[in-house]
Design a protein around this ligand. Structure first.
Ligand SMILES: Nc1nc2c(ncn2[C@@H]2O[C@H](COP(=O)(O)OP(=O)(O)OP(=O)(O)O)[C@@H](O)[C@H]2O)c(=O)[nH]1
Ligand SMILES: [Mg+2]
Length: 549
């Protein structure tokens, strides 16, 4: 019988104070700006960077790559740890663009809650909806921040109804906006019944607390235009009567979301949201493995790799595996067992991603995200333990939708290219396929922007200029089944066969019909559009690799 997760009150104080969450949304809703404000209000940084500013002021902590700063968009998830009040926040800022959604999906496997950011003028956009569905599949608690209220926004009730209708989740307002755009005067705090007045001139630096007034305070009549206060009183009445109040169980089950209104850019509503994370968001939850449930207060250390990032620091070629700790107290220098290979790895210089820079993680607890520098031994989906055979589940990889041959001008660079492509495949930036026929590598991605990032990073980090050429292929499927049958099949379908960078057999498809044909003619072969975690390197379960060497 799996052990039920302990109540927050039963957890050790170090675990109970941890809040591990991702910020998700459609592109441009303000995730990176909000992240920067969190860092500012926690005291981790003294000046917030701006995504679209000029020069050094553009330097936001989560958009650290050159291409992110050049284009003003996030292309990769980035993790940061900092303290706020007596809580430890582990935050992951994710890219909104659909082309990078695989990275965002994997990030969602490593967190306990999500902050969904909505642009007040746009409401629930397509990518927000998709990401929400993923959270729903994982029953993840969601806090909502309706951003950009300093710009003209849609009617508040309209936004709330849209969230309720499109996402099928109840919404409970924590605050209620008083106007928007040029007429944005602040928000009414539903719980304490006070109006928090927005100071457009003073709040950007985040050091001036907003002023609060009771609704019967006569000074409000002077601050708000005629009629605005009456309208607010009516709204408040309506909120109390029509909208649900907070229900912790419904929230933890992902059936109700509290919503804050504000402006990340102007630091309005941000500390209120941070307070909400402390009081409402859950402490680290129990995690599922193939073998058993892992409770955060299990004494032995365990965790899994959900992201790999190469060359984070351009000065030294490093490769960092992001490990979500799921149990135990981690200490620098400890030896951990890599379940897939059976090898022991010494955690000599684990990193903590503190806001301003990276520092050595002397100790860490369940819920924390730490970086393990390595030379390629650690892969996405890897489980690490103190010796027990545990395989954490649910870190997916998806079939690509665009397949391109990689052309490099100089044949002298072929070896170098192979190394670089493998590195990016291990990061999950692209799938890499070695076709059975032909010598050129094929890369597979979900969207064109990934190809841009790949070409940019090959040129910048490895000085390899490449061109992508079309292929006849439209997708790929991972193939498993009895060895002799795979061999027979591969012989008859040579042009379609390849292996991915893990050595797993892949069938490259040209037409959707191809898949149906294989499934009909070879019922014993399984074609999968997603691949879960990594399989052990050795052992009887190891699937047949269709060799192409
Ligand atoms: N007026 C206004 N603009 C904002 C606010 N928050 C963010 N912005 C602007 O919106 C734009 C996008 O902000 P980002 O923080 O990069 O958005 P993002 O969600 O991280 O975008 P991606 O990572 O590319 O998905 C930038 O120009 C910000 O300055 C706000 O509260 N008010
Ligand atoms: Mg961003």
């Amino acid at each position: 019988m799996p052990k039920p997760p302990p109540d927050q009150a039963e957890l050790s104080p170090e675990i109970a104070r941890r809040r591990t969450f991702a910020i998700i949304s459609h592109p441009d809703a303000g995730k990176t700006t909000l992240t920067e404000r969190f860092l500012l209000h926690s005291g981790a940084i003294r000046m917030a960077g701006h995504v679209r500013a000029k020069g050094d002021a553009r330097r936001t902590r989560s958009d650290f790559m050159t291409i992110e700063r050049d284009r003003g968009i996030s292309v990769t998830a980035s993790a940061m740890s900092f303290d706020f009040r007596h809580f430890r926040f582990n935050l992951v800022d994710t890219p909104g663009h659909a082309d990078f959604s695989e990275d965002t999906y994997r990030t969602l496997t490593a967190v306990d809650a999500a902050i969904m950011v909505i642009d007040g003028a746009k409401g629930v956009e397509s990518q927000t909806r998709k990401l929400f569905e993923i959270c729903r599949l994982r029953d993840m608690p969601i806090l909502t921040f309706c951003n950009k209220m300093d710009q003209d926004a849609r009617d508040t009730l309209d936004i709330i109804e849209e969230i309720q209708d499109l996402l099928a989740i109840d919404v409970t307002p924590v605050n209620w906006p008083i106007g928007s755009g040029a007429d944005f005067f602040g928000c009414y705090d539903v719980k304490d019944g006070q109006a928090v007045v927005f100071d457009r001139t003073g709040n950007r630096s985040g050091d001036r607390p907003a002023r609060r007034y009771r609704l019967d305070d006569s000074r409000l009549d002077e601050l708000l235009p005629a009629g605005r206060l009456d309208a607010l009183r009516e709204d408040v009445e309506m909120v109390r009567e029509l909208l649900p109040g907070h229900d912790r169980d419904a929230f933890l089950a992902g059936n109700l979301t509290p919503i804050w209104f504000g402006s990340a850019l102007h630091s309005f509503g941000v500390t209120e949201l941070m307070d909400g994370i402390c009081s409402l968001a859950p402490a680290p939850a129990a995690r599922t493995t193939n073998e058993r449930q892992v409770s955060p207060d299990d004494p032995q250390v365990s965790g899994f790799v959900f992201k790999v990032q190469a060359n984070m620091d351009p000065r030294h070629r490093d490769r960092i595996a992001f490990l979500r700790l799921c149990s135990g107290q981690f200490r620098r220098g400890m030896k951990l067992h890599q379940v897939r290979s059976g090898k022991t790895l010494t955690m000599a210089s684990p990193k903590l991603f503190l806001a301003a820079d990276r520092s050595l993680a002397e100790e860490a607890w369940a819920g924390d995200i730490i970086g393990i520098p390595n030379h390629g031994q650690l892969r996405i989906g890897d489980s690490l333990t103190e010796g027990e055979h545990l395989t954490f589940t649910g870190v997916p990889t998806f079939a690509p939708e665009i397949l391109r041959r990689v052309h490099v001008e100089s044949p002298l660079m072929t070896k170098h290219l192979e190394k670089a492509l493998n590195q990016f495949a291990e990061e999950g930036l692209a799938k890499l396929f070695r076709p059975r026929f032909g010598t050129q590598w094929i890369v597979g991605v979900i969207g064109d922007l990934q190809l841009d990032v790949l070409a940019f990073r090959l040129a910048e980090e490895y000085r390899i200029p490449v061109r992508f050429e079309s292929t006849p292929f439209t997708s790929a499927r991972w193939m498993t089944g009895p060895e002799p049958l795979i061999d027979t099949f591969a012989l008859a379908n040579k042009q379609h066969m390849a292996v991915d960078h893990d050595g797993d057999t892949v069938y490259l498809t040209r037409l959707a019909w191809d898949i149906q044909r294989v499934e009909r003619d070879y019922p014993e072969l399984a074609l999968a559009a997603t691949k879960e975690s990594l399989r052990p390197v050795t052992g009887p379960d190891r699937p047949k690799r269709a060799g192409v060497h």
